[in-house]
Ligand binder design. Structure first.
Ligand code: ADP
Ligand code: MG
Length: 328
């Protein structure tokens, strides 16, 4: 396949995932209108083979994830996703690989009504950069800088499952001795969390106008919450056992590894938001009304800086000032 056949393949696979823009793939650049009263929210993220995903990852999962990590950033801003651009660097023109990649990408694009409106294609070591465009009503994007003292810290779902699953895969890959497959297979929903993370778009929209700050968890809770705290000039107190899915991590991996995965494991793409206590009943109501899984409160924002993490018996586990480095 030549470059233009590759582009056509992607273009066809991603047809009709969403309403078409004014001008999509095929010209020097795309053109789209912004709805009146709305602002564009734009982000970009790169996935590099061997760094952001194991090299043997299925092409469809890579396609899904390349879009998912970007929609997750839009979700954290409370934005509604609309368009995506795809810059692909491929080692060779493998049509089968590309078809599967495009299937995974377009499957998620269809879920969120995202139209692919352009990109770039070149040859080199496998690397995928997606740029996503979303919209918010003017002035309503949720920023990292708005957390206030006393706010609840909430999560949309389980943390640590993707990191735990990756741990199993890397251990199996590195094992020189035959692995005991039975004990080396992670539970399917952990693998699913790693392979097909679901960007929390609906939760981000529900939090708009109610949350004081939000971030998506891509690098681990301590690191990512740390960014919110830094930009909001405050600290946090967390109870590790309140993190959704923690009990299961603990049962399978033991205390230390469970804490590591839940607090410092990346790649789950849940949202962590701060909610003023006065808004908490309204937030719970909106989540119920929209049929969204309930948020879990895992702690409070404090005036004292740094993150203090306690276990269920109020024993202090770690006080991290600079994110996950202190923990690892
Ligand atoms: P130019 O040389 O002007 O940059 P290209 O030949 O790279 O144009 O691209 C032609 C058209 O195909 C453009 O609309 C571009 O956005 C689109 N395109 C190129 N690569 C991709 C890709 N990987 N995914 C989606 N659209 C792409
Ligand atoms: Mg180009």
């Amino acid at each position: 396949m030549n470059e233009f056949e590759l582009i056509d393949l992607i273009r066809n696979a991603c047809r009709q995932t969403a309403p078409a823009p004014v001008l999509g793939i095929g010209d020097d650049a795309a053109v789209f209108d912004l709805p009146v009263g709305q602002q564009a929210v734009v982000c970009t993220d790169t996935l590099i083979a061997g760094r952001h995903f194991p090299i043997h990852t299925a092409a469809a999962d890579i396609g899904w994830k390349a879009l998912a990590v970007n929609l997750s950033d839009l979700a954290a801003m409370g934005a509604e996703p609309r368009y995506a651009l795809l810059a692909l660097t491929l080692p060779n023109a493998d049509g089968d690989w590309l078809r599967q990649f495009a299937d995974g990408f377009s499957e998620l694009a269809r879920c969120h009504q995202v139209a692919l409106i352009g990109g770039d294609t070149s040859r080199g070591a496998l690397s995928i950069t997606v740029t996503a465009v979303g919209t918010v009503p003017s002035g309503q994007a949720i920023l990292r800088s708005g957390a206030g003292i006393g706010d609840y810290i909430v999560l949309t779902g389980a943390l640590g499952q993707a990191a735990a699953a990756l741990g199993y895969l890397l251990a199996a890959e590195a094992a020189s001795a035959p692995v005991d497959l039975a004990s080396a297979v992670p539970p399917p929903h952990w693998l699913q969390a790693l392979r097909r993370p679901h960007p929390q778009v609906a939760a981000g929209l529900a939090l708009r106008g109610l949350a004081s700050a939000a971030i998506d968890i891509s690098d681990g809770l301590l690191a990512d919450l740390g960014h919110v705290l830094k930009q909001s000039a405050c600290g946090a107190e967390l109870v590790v056992s309140e993190i959704p899915g923690y009990g299961e991590l603990q049962a399978r991996l033991g205390d230390r590894r469970a804490q590591q995965c839940a607090l410092a494991g990346g790649d789950d793409y849940q949202l962590c938001a701060t909610v003023p206590t006065a808004h908490w009943p309204a937030v719970q109501q909106v989540f119920r009304d929209r049929g969204l899984p309930p948020l879990q409160v895992i702690g409070r924002i404090t005036a004292a800086t740094g993150i203090s993490v306690i276990d269920h018996q109020c024993k202090s586990l770690v006080v991290a000032d600079a994110g996950w480095d202190h923990f690892g």
